[in-house]
Design a protein around this ligand. Structure first.
Ligand code: NAG
Ligand code: NAG
Ligand code: NAG
Length: 480
């Protein structure tokens, strides 16, 4: 059963195959004949119009495939585009009925006339953008040529809002040799085709509007049309946020810690200088990614400059605080006005009253009275000692006359001891007073340190907010 069924099936397949093959041969013969007839007297140099005064309409469109590279430093964008061009060649028309209903013929583009479309904004040395693919010709003379191309175009980069920036790269296409009365270049659509676009990690494609320009040059009266594709791309800022802005914010926050560091730790200035160095390294990184322009100062550089200035000022403040803290012995007391300002005003508004409660305005009298009472205690002690010695002297007077000499010597010795003791007490008192003065200066230093911390924090916050919230040139959500 199976063998008998197979034979007719095989014959059917062979018949079908023969039909297809012969049909193909006939079709090929038609096309061959058409090609021969059409290209017998064809020149791909002559502009194919019926009357030489007629312009030839060329429609141009583009589909963006990929943003290959964006070189900010050299201001060059590399794009993969699919160019779509269409024009009517009056020498390539035929009657399909004469050639076995052949309506479309595909020929290499080199064999037919094509407009010399070039990219005016080219930044590539070789200028060979478009690939020489084949074009399709339909029987009414319409030539459609789609060519992939990798273009390097100059793109003026505006880095004002880096890294929250949007770039507009214009690609101008036009005929180099023919003017507007010979080739009338027109846009096929109002916008470039972005349906085949492959996403880029660094840039988001916002749009690709198309515009037709008509230019008149000084040399000639003819218009020169060109079609301008504007590739609008927006930078994805997440990378820069994590790698450049984040560290800067953190580093400037660490500067706040500098004000909390006790002056005796001896690291206050070192920390400030280290932070300055770290910021400079980051600023160098930023500068490396950007074109060396002085036209605008980019947002991020403004931020770094602002932070560096603030950190420098904080170092200056720290040095001032240290100079308050380390007063030499023998320096004056804290001036009354400064004391009043530091303890009554600053300490109060910065809620530092808790540990400065004894350093208020009425301190002076307190201290003096304390001093007096101290001194009193010392003096009383010495007086009572002296009395005791006197009493002892009285009781021993009668016992012997010779002992009076001893007692006199004893008296003089006591006097010496008293003098020395008084000297020691005086010195101790002086030292205490000096210590008091220095402690006071240290407290003043702490208060000023805290004041500078608030000033710095306020300045940093204002600076950061002012730069991050600066009005951007575009609206809509900023995609990272
Ligand atoms: C090509 O030109 C020659 C003479 O210039 C002419 O004899 C011939 O018919 C032309 N062929 C076609 C296909 O027009
Ligand atoms: C060419 O571009 C202009 C401006 O974008 C637009 O007004 C016009 O409609 C476009 N032409 C075609 C055929 O889409
Ligand atoms: C302490 O008291 C002594 C004498 O009683 C006085 O000479 C000295 O100036 C006082 N010191 C202070 C800091 O008031």
């Amino acid at each position: 059963m199976k063998g008998r069924a197979l034979i007719p099936m095989a014959s059917q397949v062979i018949l079908l195959c023969m039909l297809v093959c012969f049909g193909g041969v006939y079709g090929t013969q038609d096309e061959y004949r058409l090609l021969n007839d059409m290209f017998a007297n064809y020149s791909n140099i002559i502009r194919p119009v019926e009357r030489s005064a007629d312009p030839i309409d060329v429609l141009i469109g583009a589909a963006i495939q990929q943003i290959i590279d964006m070189d900010e430093k050299n201001q060059v964008i590399t794009l993969n585009l699919w160019m779509r061009m269409q024009w009517t060649d009056s020498n390539l028309k035929w009657n399909p009925a004469d050639y076995g209903d052949t309506t479309v013929l595909i020929v290499p583009i080199e064999t037919i006339w094509r407009p010399d479309i070039v990219l005016f904004t080219n930044a590539d040395s070789s200028f060979n953008g478009m690939m020489m693919t084949s074009a399709s010709i339909s029987h009414d003379g319409i030539v459609r040529w789609n060519a992939p191309a990798i273009y390097q175009s100059t793109c003026k980069i505006d880095i004002t809002y880096f890294p929250f920036d949007e770039q507009h790269c214009s690609l101008k296409f036009g005929s180099w040799a023919y003017h507007g009365f010979q080739i009338d270049l027109k846009n096929r659509t109002t916008s470039g085709d972005i349906s085949a676009y492959i996403d880029n990690g660094e840039w988001t494609l916002v749009g690709m509007p198309v515009k037709r320009n008509l230019l008149f040059y000084n040399c000639c009266p003819e218009p020169y049309p060109d079609v301008e594709f504007t590739v609008i791309i927006r930078r994805r800022a997440l990378f820069y946020f994590i790698n450049l802005l984040g560290p800067c914010v953190l580093i400037s926050l660490i500067t706040v810690l500098d004000f909390f560091m006790p002056a005796d730790a001896g690291e206050k200035v070192t920390l400030g200088i280290t932070i300055l160095l770290a910021l400079t390294v980051f600023l160098l990184l930023v500068a490396e990614t950007m074109p060396p322009t002085s036209e605008v100062v980019p947002l991020i550089a403004q931020y770094y400059a602002c932070t560096i200035v603030l950190v420098s000022l904080s170092t200056v403040m720290t040095v001032y605080v240290l100079s308050l803290h380390y007063r030499l012995p023998g320096t004056n007391r804290v001036p009354r006005g400064m004391k009043k300002f530091a303890f009554s005003f600053l300490a109060r508004i910065m809620c530092m009253g808790s540990f400065l409660v004894n350093m208020g305005d009425d301190d002076d009298e307190n201290e003096i009275s304390q001093n007096k009472s101290h001194a009193g205690v010392y003096e009383n002690t010495f007086l009572s000692h002296q009395n005791g010695i006197a009493i002892m002297d009285d009781s021993e007077k009668k016992s012997s006359e010779e002992s009076s000499v001893v007692s006199k010597r004893f008296e003089s010795m006591t006097h010496d001891i008293m003098t020395n003791l008084k000297y020691i007490v005086k010195k101790k008192k002086d030292e205490d007073a000096e210590d008091d003065i220095m402690t006071e200066w240290k407290y003043v230093a702490v208060v000023f340190d805290r004041l500078f911390m608030w000033v710095f924090l306020l300045a940093t916050t204002i600076c950061t907010l002012a730069i991050i919230c600066q009005p951007k040139p575009f609206t809509g959500p900023n995609e990272f």
